[in-house]
Write a protein that binds this ligand. Sequence first.
Ligand SMILES: [Zn+2]
Length: 1243
Amino acid sequence: MNRPKMATEKGVPSNSRVMMLLGQLERMNGDIVRQAETARQVTAKILHLIQTQEKSGKEVMSKGSSGMEVILASLESTRDVQTILNILSILTELLTVGRGRRVGVFVSKGGTGILFHTLLSASKEMPPSEELMLQLHSLLAKVGPKDRKFGVAARLSGALNVTVNLIKQNLQNPKLLLPCLQVLRVYSTNSVNAISLGKNGVVELLFKVLAPYSKKNTSLLKVALDALGALLKSKTNARRAADGGYVPILLALYADWHRNDARHRHMLIRKGLLVCLRNITNIKLGRKAFVEADGMRVLYNSSTECLPVRTLDPLVNTSSLIMRKCFPKNRLPLPTIKSAFVFQLPHVPGTGPAGRTYSQGPGVDDVVDESDDNDEADTENDTENEEDEKDQQSPNDDIETDLNKLHPRKGPGRPYEELRVYERFFVELSEDFQGFNFESSKSSSNTSLSSPFSSSVAPVRSPPRPIIVPTAQAFSPKHTLSLPGLPKDPQLPPPASASSPPAPLTPLQLDNIHVSKDQEKTEDSHIPTTDRRDRTLSPLGRPPTEAQTIEKDLAHVLERVSLDALDGVLPLDADEAHIGVKQDDVSVTRQIQSPLLLGGLSARRSGGGGSNWSSDCGSEGPEDEAAEGAVLEVPDTALLLPLHDPDLYVEMVKGTLSVPQYAEVAYPDYFGHVAPTFREPLLERVYGVQRAKIFQDIERLIHPNDILDKVVYDLDIPSCPVIEDDGESLKFNSQFESGNLRKAVQVRKFEYDLVLNSDINSNHYHQWFYFEVSGMKVGTTYRFNIINCEKSNSQFNYGMQALMYSVQEAISGSPRWVRTGTDICYYKNHFARSSIAAGGLKGKSYYTLTFSINFKHKDDVCYFAYHYPYTYSTLKMHLSKLEALRTPQIYLRQDVLCETLGGNGCPLLTITAMPESNSNDHICQFRNRPLIFLSARVHPGETNASWVMKGTLEFLMGSSPLANSLRESYIFKIVPMLNPDGVINGNHRCSLSGEDLNRQWQSPNLELHPTIYHTKSLLQYLAHIQRAPLVFCDYHGHSRKKNVFMYGCSVKETVWQSNISATSSDLQEDLAYRALPKILSQIAPAFSMASCSFVVERSKESTARVVVWREIGVQRSYTMESTLCGCDQGKYKGLQIGTRELEEMGAQFCVALLRLKRLTGLRNHQHLLDLESDIIGSQAKVVSSSCPTTYVLDEDEPSFLEAIDYSAESNDEDLEAENERAAEVREHPDLLEQLSDSDNHRE
Ligand SMILES: [Zn+2]
């Protein structure tokens, strides 16, 4: 080593005594061994000076001084114990002051290595000097935490063993033991050291230090626990501890400290014991040992005693974490997780999801596969959200980088002969209006009877023929397109659909329906009889013969009751009903008999279901009979809701075909929903609510005798889903259109576990729910737990509430859905499914959505839903009523695009303005209007998309000048519900084929995905005749983000995000795709430009948006996502979203299209929009963010807001750190955006 020269010139007084002594020491260094006595004296003097004069220390450590080098050089070269002790004392004195910087200097001068070297030398003396070892370890303990290479240096120098041996020899010597343990604690934080120390028996050794409650040696115990906790992070060590029977010991110690530490002076020791338990229980063996040692009870009891003391939260939280982890995983209380309903597909592709679901034998699909964590390497990474982590990585990999794929491919790729059949859906493009009398239509004010363009009576001049779509099996009847006016089979009436109330043989003038109630009654003949043909879709759950019998019975009852409803139960004259109507209040009522619901109900349920009004109302025994036939006053919502008509709704339901063959109508759909005028703010989360819920869950295990476990509703018993009841339980029902609830289990007196049904022909996708509750008591709080949610996080954790509809409220004048529920949270629970059923390598946990309800009315019937329901029958009713809004100036045509797998019609609307006259110019303008193509509701659970669509349709049919010029500007082609079957059957995401239809656009199958196949064909036809739409937009809902926003497609922005090299031509792209969202962000309060994304992802390549962009060549091809929750910007900031806002969004979309027209008429519109700067702005945001996935806007919330409670299985996060992060996020909501995690299932 180069001998450092004493620096005395700069900033250090040359006459300083300490510096003179150091100089003397330096000169001695060459020969320090011989001058032992002098060295002893000099170092003693230096020590004295530093101990007595603060400035001496400062001089040694000051910048420019080489004092530290001299001291270290002396330490390295001397062998004299006393000199070494002196120097160690000097160092201790120096490093005690001004901690950080001085230790940093020490480390940077190689001090740690010299200390280890000294330690090794000293250990070779026999016996080693205790004083020296004490000093050395004290110093090492001080330096270690600041030296990042400490652990490695210790291992390489052989210091680990020296310290361990010292601990072994000094278990009864606390004075030396303490610094040794402190050093061991630092060693153990290095994972390689931890394994090595474990092999050398240190885990067992540390257990010898642990002791029951005592006021003595508490710091020793604390340090030992820290070291042990660090060692137990290694799975090998955890296994060693579990095998060695140490889990019961830790539990006993914890219980002892908990009991005796009455004044909470030793929180850290208690926490240390819990951390050891937490780390051991990361492995399966540890969890098993914990449960066997009655750990659940021990921690539950101690935690409940800690709950009242807020400062003990860290103990409660860690206990809660351990208990959740150890809570034995259960399968769901179901015979199988496959859907309770089966739909027999025309053919089942073995590779498709339905094929996979079918092929799984019974009992395999939902047995929890506990071998998951046998593999140690596997569990090392067993964190809470493994799937999410995978997702988080994928977005970057997910960007489309194939430039060939990024460039829109023109040309439909199909021969015109195949597409020609779609010509008939575009009558307007060839219409010449020669037979139409424009003069007379102008004079007739509000009836359109004279118009030849009423629904399904579109002016097709050549006799209509069935359309055969040429395929390999072209001549199967299944391939016949159901066109209006064309029965597929002369024996059978056509499928029911929006426009099919006009049955072909008795063409119904829908226009008549709205005229008046009286007319409706007298014109029964216009309402076609329900489609009661023998269905091919018999539910496989029961024998077909039985099913058919039931169906016939139901059909019979259905007819009877519908007649009742029309003739007998509407005593009020329509004129009377209109008396005294106030526009702002639903004060007018009319009478209706109970039970309302199509009668099938009472025939089917001997016990009386929830919807059975009479038996629910008078649940006092004999009064039941008295109440039979009672007449209820109900609001006439038709007066406030121009598109709503309860009787028409019932008629529509009759023509709707469901797989379970529903015969009931839910009250909310019957009465309608009048949006409330009050604000519904995002719910603020109560502190600790999740923890409280989890403790209640854990109690089930601790006090099993308190648990009722009484099944009160079960769709798996098809004959009688409603279980007989003594009046002590709520009654549930979900057997109506869009209903979803599979099972209800009464867990405690006022608590119910609810299980949702999988999408038909699948075994998952549970999210949407819609069910009925009755038999409630007032003045008590009910807790509902939906226990088989699948998403790892939910907007229910960020202010969203479920929706409730009270029939009592409806009757008293407030027919509406309201955001309801308190104590809401969403967390991982103890239910799971097997890896096989989950389709992956690991079993998948379920999540609980829990909320509490106080019912306001006795004998109420209430409905709960995930979001505002919007059924297929509602759509048909709305479409029927829209006809009534038509004026002679409006061109409206309703076609049936095709029939779904379930036999329901898929409506297609054409809306534009009639030409001014049949002059050449006017006809030409009419035909050449650009097309706008809109669709919605491919995902059944995204009901908000339908409400937005309703807003669009109502605006388009409106009489405002804006609507007028919009119609004159464009031809609108609209498929308002791409997935009727999914909607009808209460699916969340799929169609009857068990597939996500928005992943089928690349190659839709005619048989399995008819609505997608034909919608795509329409677009291909348009592309072929050079009339590709100006705008394509598919309306969706988003469950994990706030606001309304759009996804589009841009080569440029995709290239930017992916860093692939691209030629400049790739970057020359018209910015037109940004115009529409930009306009929306200016005029629609719920719309947020910041949430939009224009990146093309590989995982989305078969969505409507990407396919229409790439294959049809529509530059403005969008997915519009509306939040299910609420807004965090704009006028609605802090509020949950309602139907009013959603419908407004749909209307604003129309207004934006009008502005778009104005802009596209201008040459420099890009300049006006300032789009380029927008993009640059968003680019900058991406760059400035440290999170590489910012651009993926699928999620806007972090996984762990309430981190402690939430991450049941995160094994290595420091809880306090997690807390801080969560608090940080709360203070800086912007972080939420950056912490976004992704979810491939959206869109
Ligand atoms: Zn969607």
